[in-house]
Design a binder for this molecule. Structure first.
Ligand SMILES: Cc1cc2nc3c(=O)[nH]c(=O)nc-3n(C[C@H](O)[C@H](O)[C@H](O)COP(=O)(O)OP(=O)(O)OC[C@H]3O[C@@H](n4cnc5c(N)ncnc54)[C@H](O)[C@@H]3O)c2cc1C
Length: 395
């Protein structure tokens, strides 16, 4: 949609093929329905947040930066605001406003919307000259594959674009989940399922080394853990090696071990005679208190004044280093982003044109690039779409 709108603004006749009932279904559910449309940062900061193939995106982000994306949507009449972490949202908090702004723009520019499934590229003498959409041959001087990844297939992004790219001889780097919840060996997470912890810090560990650290929200699920810090951490986990990772949660990051011990001691002295199992309610959210009581190994019936110094210190260590062992990432269908896709070695980074099949271009998540949360993935989609539009308009 972004590519077609920009191409039409540059004077081209553009059309959008969409096999879903409506345009921009995934866009409409982004940012929990609020659409974190980009990140209010400079090019280099945006590139630092790209996990896979940032160098490939240097030119596209130089041509069309987060500031350009913000200016574009403001121009379309969608006022934006910047929140924590420089995340940009529509002032209305409605992702639908971004979708309808693009739809209206396409309408105004007379961009044809072809409702149908693209099943084949038209290629002759190694050049792409159109596509077959629901049985109809549509000819064009350029075709942009912007079919997304495999994630959330109900939105229409069902991975069918990869087969089209293969038809043109492209290599698809194997796809896996990124920005996705994780399953854990520990089953106790089910007892705290739905609990959304705020202000925790967490570390992703492999072979004793910290691979990633974060601070913020974490959620317990029946099968493991999710929430923003876990989604970001998942970007650093190769799916096939996920069993080698663990997550260490600090439930009390504002307190040192010593300060935490004093706090526990104070709580215990205020609750003299109380069963240990009932004593943690002031310290922890209700669903987590009995879990931690069990994990501590301190007998539930023990009176708090009978808890030994060593037991208390162990409890403190548990609260500072609650460890969960990862068994696997949740499947790609549940992921915010698909990692992998069309190999960047086969795409010209300045124009997004295929190096194998002239006339064929790529934009967005179908390319083997992915970024952290914060609006960077949509920025990648917009920047690559813009680069393709500029290149095609120069044909
Ligand atoms: C729940 C969720 C929340 C997210 N939140 C954010 C966020 O707040 N900020 C952010 O930056 N990123 C977010 N993302 C990621 C972001 O949505 C994607 O990276 C982005 O939408 C990719 O854009 P795209 O145009 O490449 O692909 P898509 O948005 O997936 O669009 C591809 C379109 O092509 C259509 N299509 C596919 N195959 C065919 C075919 N063969 N024929 C015809 N049409 C076809 C699909 O129906 C679809 O409409 C989120 C993702 C999810 C799943």
């Amino acid at each position: 949609m972004y590519c077609a709108a920009n191409a039409a603004e540059m004077g081209l006749k553009a059309a959008v093929a969409e096999h879903g009932k409506t345009l921009g279904r995934k866009l409409g559910i982004t940012g929990k329905g609020r659409c974190n449309v980009t990140n209010n940062c400079d090019r280099d900061t945006a590139l630092k947040n790209v996990v896979r193939n940032p160098r490939f995106l240097y030119s596209a982000l130089s041509k069309h930066s987060p500031a350009d994306v913000m200016a574009y949507f403001e121009k379309l009449g969608v006022p934006l605001k910047t929140e924590r972490g420089q995340r940009v949202f529509p002032v209305s908090d409605r992702a639908g406003d971004i979708v309808s702004a693009l739809e209206q723009r396409l309408k105004k520019l007379n961009v044809e919307i072809i409702k149908g499934n693209c099943t084949r590229l038209l290629i002759e003498d190694g050049k792409c000259y159109g596509a077959v959409i629901s049985g109809r041959e549509v000819r064009a001087s350029a075709v942009v594959l912007a079919t997304g990844g495999f994630s959330y297939p109900a939105t229409g992004s069902d991975g069918s674009g990869y087969a089209l790219a293969k038809q043109a001889g492209h290599t698809v780097v194997p796809c896996q989940s990124s920005l996705v919840p994780m399953e854990t060996e520990e089953r106790w997470t089910a007892r705290a399922a739905g609990l959304d912890l705020r202000n925790i810090s967490m570390k992703l560990i492999r072979g004793g080394k910290t691979v990633y650290e974060d601070f913020g929200e974490l959620m317990f699920m029946a099968y493991g853990i999710g929430g923003p810090t876990v989604l970001s951490a998942s970007a650093h986990v190769p799916a096939e090696e996920s069993g080698e990772y663990s997550v260490e949660i600090d439930l009390k990051p504002a307190l040192s071990e010593k300060q935490l011990d004093s706090r526990i001691l104070r709580d215990f002295s205020e609750r003299k005679g109380m069963r240990f199992a009932d004593s943690l309610r002031g310290l922890l959210p209700a669903p987590l208190a009995p879990v931690i009581a069990d994990l501590s190994g301190i007998p539930a019936e023990l009176r708090v004044d009978e808890v030994t110094k060593e037991q208390r210190r162990e409890l403190g260590r548990l609260l500072k280093r609650l460890t969960l062992h990862i068994t696997r990432l949740r499947p790609v269908e549940e992921a915010i982003i698909t990692r992998g896709g069309i190999s960047v070695k086969e795409i010209n980074p300045n124009t997004m044109e295929s190096k194998l099949c002239p006339g064929l271009y790529f934009a967005g998540e179908i390319i083997d690039c992915d970024a952290l949360t914060g609006g960077f993935n949509l920025q990648i989609a917009f920047s690559t779409a813009y680069a393709a539009a500029v290149a095609i308009s120069g044909i």
